[in-house]
Structure formats: C-alpha cells, structure tokens
Design a protein around this ligand. Sequence first.
Ligand code: FAD
Length: 435
Amino acid sequence: MQHVTVIGGGLAGCEAAWQAANRGVKVRLYEMKPHKYSEAHHLPGLSELVCSNSLRGDALENAVGLLKEEMRRLHTLFMEGAEATKVPAGGALAVDRTLFSEYVTRKIESHPNIEVVHEEITRIPEEGIVIVASGPLTSGALADEIGRLTGNYLYFYDAIAPIVAADSIDYNKAFRASRYGKGDGDDYLNCPMDEEQYKNFVQEILAAEKVEPKSFEKVVHFEGCMPIEEMASRGVETLRFGPMKPVGLVDPRVGVEPYAVIQLRQENMEATMYNLVGFQTKLTWPAQKRIFRMIPGLENAQFLRLGSMHRNTFINAPKLLLPTCQLKEDSRILFAGQITGVEGYVESASSGFVAGVNAARLASGETLIVPPAETAIGALARHITNTEAEHFQPMNVNYGLFPPLVGRIKKKEKRGLLAQRGLEALEKWLPEVAA
Ligand code: FAD
C-alpha cells in the first residue's frame, strides 16, 4: 500500500494524518517547526491555535456547534484533544492552547503509523499521495510552488466583506436592480440612502474603532479591495463614487436614483446569503454590527460573516478542487485546512478529516467519500468546491451554507431543524466512514 505525505502539522494536517493512520496507512507528516516559525506560530508542538483559545459556540443553534458535534461523533483527534484540555467558557468551547497542542502532539508522535519529520517542504513530492495542509501562513518557497501548481489561483490577501442572512433583510426597503439593468436586471439587492443617512453613515465609519494590523501584515491596499474606512478618510464623497455609487440604480418605488446605495450580491446558489459588495473593512466586529445596521433594510440583519482583511494564503478551491479535496489536475494531491478557503480552527480540522479519510482510501484503492450536504462538514466542503470561482473568499461554517429546508418554517425553528437534519444525515453516513 502507498504511504501518505502530509505537509503541515497544524489543525488540518494533524487530523488528516490521524484519520489516514487509523485506517492502516503509513503517514509521513512534515512540520517545519521548531526549525522555522511563521509570523504567528510560537509553540514548538503540533496543532497550534495561533490566536484565540476559543473553538466558538457549542450549542447546536450555531452551525459551528453542529460541526463540533459531528466531529465528536466522527471520533476526530481535534475534538478528543479539545475535550481533554477544555477550560470554562460559558456557552463556548475553549481550550488551554498549550495543553491542547501538547495533547495532539503526544497522540500523533506515539501513533505507530505516523512518522513526524521536522523539515520545511519547498517542493511538492512528484510521486505518491500528498496532502497539502500548510495553512494560511504557508512558508514562502512552498507558496511559490503551490502557485506554480495551481496556475495563478493562489491568493495572499484576504479582503472579506460582510455577509448577511437573506431572511434577515427588510425587502420593503431593499429593492432589486442591477446597474443600468445589466445581467438579469435584478441581480442585486440595493439598500438606498438619502443624503442625511449617507453623511451620518460616513461619520460613523470615520469615528469607529479599527483593528490594528499585526506587525507582519504589510498594509497594502490593492485597487478594488481598499477598506471602506480608508476610502471614507479620503473625503466625504469617496464612498459615493466607489462601492456606494448610485448611478444606474433607479428605485422602482420612487422612480429616481437614491443619493447613495449599498449593493448586496447573492453569495450562494440557494440565495440564503448576501454579501455587501465592496465592503471589506478593518472596523472591529462590534462597530461593524452597529454601523451596518444603520443601512436601510439591514436594521435587523443577521451577520453570517463580518468583514476583515489579513494575510491569508488560499487557493481558488471552486476552480481547483474536487469535493473529495483532490486537485482536479492531479488527483493524488489533496488540499486541507485554511489553504482551501475554509476559515477557522474547527473548519480547518474538519477539512483535514475529509482529506485524511480520502488519502487512506486512495492508498487502498477504495471509493472516496464526500460528506452529505445536509451535515455541517458537508455544507462547508460543498461550499468551497461549488461556489462561484470568480468571487471566492474564505468562509466560516454557518447555516446559510446548508441546503434550505423545504416548506414554510418559522425563522426561530429553522436552526434547530437544520441541526436535527444534519445529525440524522451524519448518523446514516457514519458506517461509510468508520475507521
Ligand atoms: P495551521 O494550523 O497554520 O497549520 C499549518 C502548519 O503548517 C503550521 O504548523 C506551519 O508551521 C506548517 N507549515 C507551513 N509551511 C510549511 C512548509 N513549507 N513545510 C512544513 N510545514 C509548514 N481561526 C479561529 O477559529 N480563531 C482565531 O482566533 C484565529 N486566529 C487567527 C489568527 C491569525 C494571525 C491567522 C493567520 C489565522 C487565524 N485563524 C483563526 C484562522 C485559522 O483557522 C487558523 O489559522 C488555523 O490554524 C488554520 O489551520 P490549518 O491547519 O489550515 O493551518
């Protein structure tokens, strides 16, 4: 049987190595620490949580809570380590970061099928099954290599605009139209502002608290992804000539163009999520929620993702990957973790699960798995390979990614039903993936 090479001993790489090794495959896991550290890694061990120690909410009403419950039932090393090292955190699951890393390191190093090699990989091996799980801060030489392999579909900067739940938008205020009626003519939702609303909005943006860039994050603003606060600081009219431009957008209810407009673009095929076009920002999350709820139509918006900008190496997964985590152009190479465009600790580990199981199956000639779309792990996997490639951006798990429920369902019952449907789908799927 072929062995599996895993590049990167972070959250995704460790889970992938663990799953493959538990299925009887020999794994060689390459981790560049402690010889070389990224700008954010500091601990010598594997599976380091680089920033917060929180794995976020544990309740099933929260999609990340469902994802964690699925990962418990899938016997992931990530959840085993989290349970063993958890600290009190109210409704969230938080861990002692040092103990968590030590726990996972011990388990990986003592697994008879895993060999850990502390070395920086700069070339992807030309033969054998390889999982690339080198994370958002992949070292430079390897990033160049991945860039070559994926043909310019590797990104280094992540300028994320907020996303709102479609059912939290006020459709009495937002109107459908695309600029000058292009496309289908009603491709966008538009939130109109009058002059007073616009000027107040700009003032609030200028006064709001911003997240300071990390020392290693060079503040380079490319044309087309400049943060809104930077634009606002250049003059009161700048946003109105940028992402809030009203020209060609006539509000059908009054027959004129508004003073300014915030456009919302459909984010997924099911139209359960909309993003605020051009609204990448470094405002703090509380400031974003407060200020963006000033937008007419978004007063009660539920934010599925908030805006951010940080260095992040990720590939254009919809263009490059199969739902099995395999590279379309070379199916012996799999990708896992944040480099595939999932965002977050739990999400990265969950993608390592899929890649690890599939690498083992490739090695033993079995059919590969794709998690059911109704599960959180499947909704996320489907999102990264099935979304529109042109606007692809990293994504946390959220219920907007799930296939919608059929029939009219009260909003407050929706999440519970989605969680229940997810766990039922998972239970049916478990025998197929059992180690
Ligand atoms: P990582 O956990 O980063 O693992 C990649 C591993 O590969 C590292 O150990 C690295 O040393 C190694 N490596 C890199 N290049 C090579 C190479 N060439 N050869 C060998 N080894 C290599 N998510 C959250 O949920 N909460 C947060 O608070 C949070 N904060 C973040 C803060 C920062 C600064 C960043 C960059 C990201 C943050 N994330 C956070 C997002 C993300 O979920 C984590 O980065 C997560 O650790 C990603 O998991 P991963 O396995 O893909 O990568």
